[in-house]
Ligand binder design. Structure first.
Ligand SMILES: Cc1cc2nc3c(=O)[nH]c(=O)nc-3n(C[C@H](O)[C@H](O)[C@H](O)COP(=O)(O)O)c2cc1C
Length: 325
């Protein structure tokens, strides 16, 4: 891939095709599906709807990378092979960073970082199973006493991985504290394959700073893209030495409406509205009247109500500020 990689970080329940499409339109050039259990995918009946949803790819989006999690090489490699055969994906990413209790209890996600020989076996097995690029998503280590990102990065490179995404926190930190970009720089220096810097990148300024500190091939953005696919256009502009204007309220509303329409066409009204409730809160976050609208957003039942609320939000932004009493 030419130029800086601007990636949407995988997010369970969020990085589905509507979200990926909206981010790609804004200049995101690397997307990943939400995580898929390798074992679940291999052992579930083909018709199981959850996998049809998790793996849905739009013909209008650039092909995403499929992310798998699990700790058994046999399931990981079979899942990698089957996902590759679909022709829908541009790569296979192995999740070695998820901190969720139910994932680490089975030895998957960030728990893999406690067993580096196991990581080597898993990466090698996936490497053998697919002709697509293989990438690894990791954290710095299990906890502050067991930082092993550099070691794992070298192992991954030796086992044939093509790219690494490093979230600059340990598993025990979960999402607290601040992502340590200096440690990500150490990982980047230790390998020749591209490394994406991840954690706390939410704007053009933070992206440039993370790239300066780490020298990484790109950045991966998770929470900073929630309700804000525009962040990719802002970073792309900053990399060209330009300043992109912040999105107008009308642009935000138009994007949220398109998001809702894609969800509706895909999931039907009930599920689409439930999904859009959270996205709406993110789209209007920090804006005038957002707190009041949020309470009503949690109660919307139809997509028309979603669109009406967005129109109301827009008129509120355009109205005169309240006069002090
Ligand atoms: C709601 C949510 C879901 C996530 N799901 C995944 C996932 O499925 N796979 C994964 O590798 N990381 C997942 N992550 C972690 C993100 O990819 C990313 O590493 C983390 O949020 C730090 O980046 P950020 O500060 O840009 O959000 C998730 C994070 C959030 C907030």
């Amino acid at each position: 891939m030419n130029g800086t990689i601007l990636a949407l970080a995988p997010m369970a329940g969020i990085s589905d095709w509507p979200m990926r499409t909206l981010c790609a339109e804004q200049g995101c050039n690397y997307t990943t599906t939400e995580m898929i259990s390798a074992q679940g995918f291999i052992t579930a009946p083909d018709t199981l709807r959850v996998y049809q949803y998790l793996l849905a790819v739009s013909p209008d989006e650039p092909r995403p990378v499929a992310q798998i999690f699990g700790h058994r090489e046999d399931y990981l490699s079979q899942a990698a092979a089957r996902l590759s055969d679909t022709g829908l994906f541009s790569g296979i990413d192995i999740n070695m960073g998820c901190p969720a209790q139910k994932v680490v209890t089975s030895g998957s996600g960030s728990a893999m970082m406690r067993d580096l020989p196991g990581c080597a076996r898993a990466i090698s097995a996936v490497r053998r199973a697919t002709g697509l690029p293989v990438s690894i998503k990791m954290r710095l280590g299990w906890d502050a006493e067991h930082i092993c990102a550099v070691e794992l990065a070298k192992i991954a490179e030796d086992c044939g991985a093509d790219l690494l995404t490093v979230h600059g926190r340990t598993r025990m930190q979960q999402y607290s504290g601040k992502a340590d970009w200096e440690q990500i720089a150490r990982v980047r220096e230790a390998v020749r394959i591209p490394v994406l810097c991840n954690g706390d990148i939410t704007s053009a300024e933070t992206a440039l700073e993370a790239l300066r500190i780490t020298g990484c091939a790109g950045v991966a953005i998770g929470r900073g893209a929630l309700g804000n696919p525009f962040v990719f256009a802002q970073i792309a502009a900053a990399l060209r030495g330009e300043t992109a204007a912040l999105p107008t309220d009308a642009q935000i509303v138009a994007t949220a409406i398109r998001h809702g329409k894609m969800m509706l066409a895909w999931k039907g009204e009930h599920s689409a509205v439930l999904e859009m409730r959270k996205h709406l809160c993110w789209y209007i976050h920090g804006k005038r009247g957002a707190a009041r609208l949020r309470t009503r957003i949690t109660a919307v039942d139809t997509m028309q109500e979603v669109f009406d609320l967005l129109e109301e939000f827009l008129s509120l932004q355009n109205s005169e500020p309240d006069q002090p009493a």
